[in-house]
Design a protein around this ligand. Structure first.
Ligand code: AMP
Ligand code: MG
Length: 487
């Protein structure tokens, strides 16, 4: 009789590694460093299915081995990508110091996704780092990126988190883990800055061509595809930042290496969602000057895009003056683009189908009231109703204006309410709840709170069955967690 074999692990993988086919200027070939004791901690079944993978193939020890890099998926060609980045304003050469790109998976529908192991061991770009990641921050990235996806916000995703059975040494020893990140690509503003800083115009051309083909195929045949690339990236970032502001998301470390040209949110380090509305909210323990505060994000995005435009200058146009004029015109469009997205977002949050010139002022006045009273951003928007009683005279006056504004559009309340509920989440990953779930997972080996949180955050616009601690603002006196960058 034939011995029954465990399901082999093609599992539906279909790698086609276009970035690995670029020349050595762009990457180093490097394999993940095997770990002592791979164990699958979370696995994202819906994402596996979306990718055309067979979830049943990811149950045994082979899966844990693959999700830590002990085994390599068939067809993968592991590389560490070269990039630079302005970190808090200063340009540095970086590269994948602890992430290894396994390759690009093609889904049955023809979409292409990077499959990357984060925390997979040292690479030639590791500098003094160990190439590793601790389980807490990897579970945090898994949770928040999946929450962002469910909120309808472009983001990288997480297919799995697997523990390594090895400690990583930070302020104290912590259990190590690897996250499998799925992204439209990992090409960043900083990828272009790397080659611009080297003065490698040929590499810039190759990279621009690759990026346009991959993310903006409609622009390939256009008169100036590089200008097209710049304009498309500006448009996607202006839309992305409006999305972040819609749900109160603070990225926390918007360095140019953490700005993906695909327009996806990437690199969940010291990120968090605001509870009380405060444009100055900062959660990163190293952001002393509030460079990446909640309300600074549009400005910082524009600053990063200026660095992108600078990197593109040598390939934008053969005449320097023309290149500069084109870059400046594109950059000047950011503010208008962002304002358009933001105003449209605010109108939806306030249930407005029509446009009136005073809408921005109406919105700003409620935001100012929220700031002054430290009102909870999510809770206030989700619970806005005309004609509800409030003790607060300022709020009542505002509510009266809003009610009159609603009366000047034809849509009845049920339609208004539906629009609002589709743009104002009922639940977000509130910091105190996230920290509690991560503490249970990492210190008590109890994954139940994390798993129920993942379920609750998968349908963020629906309050039914959601725990009250997620629906309500944190109890008074809950300390605001600050997240360390050294994740
Ligand atoms: P991040 O703050 O995660 O965006 O990382 C910034 C840079 O530091 C990237 O080039 C990372 O690859 C690198 N890096 C972060 N942590 C480590 C680590 N533990 N070992 C090696 N490189 C790291
Ligand atoms: Mg990064």
């Amino acid at each position: 009789m034939m011995k029954s074999e465990p399901a082999p692990l093609p599992a539906g993988w279909h790698f086609d590694n276009s970035y690995a086919r670029l020349s050595e200027t762009f990457h180093f070939r490097v394999n993940p460093t095997p770990v002592a004791e791979p164990r699958l901690v979370v696995f994202n079944r819906p994402l596996a299915q979306f990718l055309g993978l067979d979830p049943a193939a990811f149950t045994g020890p082979d899966a844990a081995a693959c999700f830590t890099g002990n085994q390599i998926f068939p067809g993968a060609e592991p590389i560490a990508q070269a990039y630079a980045g302005h970190q808090f304003g200063n340009l540095t050469r970086l590269g994948d110091g602890r992430a290894i790109l396994l390759g690009e998976h093609r889904t049955p529908a023809g979409q292409r996704f990077d499959i990357q192991l984060k925390g997979a061991g040292p690479t030639p770009y590791s500098r003094r780092g160990d190439g590793r990641a601790a389980i807490g921050p990897m579970l945090r990235e898994h949770l928040i990126s999946e929450a962002m996806h469910a909120l309808g916000i472009p983001t990288t995703r997480s297919l799995a988190v697997a523990s390594t059975g090895e400690p990583v040494f930070r302020e104290q020893p912590l259990p190590g883990a690897v996250l499998t990140r799925v992204a439209a690509s990992h090409i960043r503003v900083g990828t272009f800055e790397y080659f611009a800083a080297l003065g490698d115009t040929d590499a810039l051309r190759v990279l621009a061509d690759h990026t346009v083909r991959r993310h903006f195929p409609d622009r390939v045949e256009s008169e100036n595809p590089v200008l097209g690339l710049l304009e498309e990236v500006i448009e996607r970032q202006s839309s992305l930042i409006a999305h972040w502001m819609r749900v109160g998301f603070v990225h926390g470390v918007m360095n140019t290496d953490n700005m993906a040209l695909s327009g996806e949110t990437i690199d969940y380090g010291p990120c968090a969602f605001i509870d009380a509305y405060d444009p100055a909210a900062v959660f990163s323990s190293i952001d002393h000057n509030g460079r990446y505060a909640f309300g600074q994000q549009p400005r910082i995005a524009a600053w990063n895009l200026a660095r992108f435009a600078e990197a593109l200058l040598p390939i934008l146009h053969s005449e320097t003056d023309t290149a500069l004029a084109q870059a400046n015109a594109a950059l000047d469009s950011f503010s208008g683009r962002f304002q358009r997205h933001w105003l449209a977002t605010l109108r939806a949050k306030f249930g407005l189908f029509t446009a009136e010139p005073e809408d921005a002022a109406l919105a700003e006045d409620l935001l100012r009231w929220m700031h002054e009273t430290r009102a909870d951003y999510t809770h206030t928007f989700r619970n806005l109703k005309p004609n509800t009683h409030s003790e607060d005279a300022g709020f009542t006056a505002w509510q009266q204006r809003w009610t009159e504004r609603l009366a000047r559009q034809p849509q009845p309340w049920p339609e208004v309410s539906q629009l609002m509920n589709a743009h104002n989440p009922a639940v977000i990953p509130r910091n105190h709840v996230v920290e509690a779930a991560l503490a249970a997972a990492t210190t008590a080996n109890d994954l139940v709170p994390l798993e129920s949180l993942l379920v609750a955050l998968a349908t963020p616009y629906d309050e039914s069955g959601k725990p009250t601690e997620l629906l309500n603002p944190p109890p008074l006196g809950t300390p605001v967690c600050r997240t360390f960058c050294g994740t």
